[in-house]
Design a protein around this ligand. Structure first.
Ligand SMILES: Nc1ncnc2c1ncn2[C@@H]1O[C@H](COP(=O)(O)OP(=O)(O)O)[C@@H](O)[C@H]1O
Ligand SMILES: Nc1ccn([C@@H]2O[C@H](COP(=O)(O)O)[C@@H](O)[C@H]2O)c(=O)n1
Length: 285
């Protein structure tokens, strides 16, 4: 697993702000069967990571363009085999994103079974939510992911959700969904997706309804985040609670000369009791 992105802090008058250094984004890989809620989990995390630049990267955008003869007989096409995807292009794209590049990809048009010609997504930021059924399939892909999450939801629930979603959003009818499910989706899951569950760092049960697990996940990209919202110091801390608090509070800039505005300042060494007192005041605990 690669290391967490390094952080730089801007010292302002009475709080600490984090400055993003353009670095390798942190990749959260969300794998699981179709309909398990991968996209919904990613959206929930994105919604909550408000103090970061976050993008979604979907494996679905890397389905190969269908040949004319396959388009004529789509019901016989196996979308659930890893070969249906351009995994080389996916690796190449993820490598570019990891280097800090902004990459624009065409989205996927499920109604026409082709890459979209009208909808595009630009992927860049501090955190990338990367989702798909085969994202743990190769070692090359797995190595590009910082934390691997597997959304584990029963087959029947996934099928039910897929019926509701694909009739509404993907231009399918119930009969075609059920036929495709038993012919390709379930075997594809059993043969290729379920065996990659073992690579996960976290197994996420119940998908996006699992608020406790989602809350834990949003704290992973940074050991500590400090924002200036409401002029309080907020610490979202991983496993180094007290050390991180001490560090954060030691970084608080004391402006020695507020009135003459000459920006002279110093960091003060706060003793432990003072730090604790400040922390309690600022975070209202
Ligand atoms: N926890 C949940 N409870 C109920 N419905 C859900 C839940 N998570 C996702 N869904 C719905 O199920 C469908 C499939 O979810 P989605 O996130 O698209 O799954 P995936 O990306 O794994 O295929 C969507 O219509 C979504 O709104
Ligand atoms: N033209 C296509 C391409 C893919 N599929 C199905 O999509 C599933 C993966 O996407 P999720 O968002 O559901 O994870 C996969 O199981 C394919 O069967 C499709 O139906 N048509």
């Amino acid at each position: 697993m690669s290391s967490l992105p390094t952080r730089k802090y801007i010292f302002t008058e009475d709080f600490v702000q984090e400055e993003k250094v353009p670095e390798s984004p942190y990749i959260i890989g969300v794998c699981g069967g179709s309909g398990s809620g991968k996209t919904s989990v990613c959206r929930e995390i994105i919604k909550q990571l408000t103090n970061k630049r976050v993008s979604l990267l979907s494996q679905d955008w890397f389905y190969k363009k269908l040949k004319e003869k396959d388009l004529e007989n789509v019901s016989e096409y196996d979308w659930d085999h890893p070969d249906a995807l351009d995994l080389d292009l996916l690796v190449e794209t993820l490598q570019k994103i990891k280097k800090g590049a902004a990459v624009t990809c065409p989205k996927y048009d499920f109604c026409n079974n082709q890459p979209s010609t009208t909808e595009y997504a630009t992927v860049e930021g501090d955190v990338i939510l990367f989702e798909g059924i085969h994202i743990f399939h190769t070692e090359e892909l797995r190595d590009l992911i910082d934390i691997k999450v597997f959304v584990d939801v029963d087959n029947d629930i996934r099928l039910g959700r897929r019926i509701l979603r694909d009739t509404k959003e993907r231009g399918r009818n119930v009969e075609s969904i059920i036929n495709q499910y038993f012919k390709f989706v379930k075997p594809g899951y059993d043969n290729f997706v379920a065996p990659t569950r073992k690579y996960a760092d976290i197994i996420l049960l119940r998908g996006s309804s699992n608020k406790i697990a989602i809350n834990l996940l949003i704290n992973i990209p940074g050991e500590m985040e400090i924002s200036n919202q409401n002029k309080q110091v907020f610490c979202y801390i991983g496993n180094k609670t007290l050390e991180s608090v001490i560090f954060a509070l030691q970084m608080i800039k004391i402006n020695e000369n507020n009135n003459n505005n000459n920006n002279k300042s110093s960091l003060i060494n706060l003793n432990y009791m003072k730090i604790k007192e400040l922390f309690c005041q600022r975070s209202h605990i």
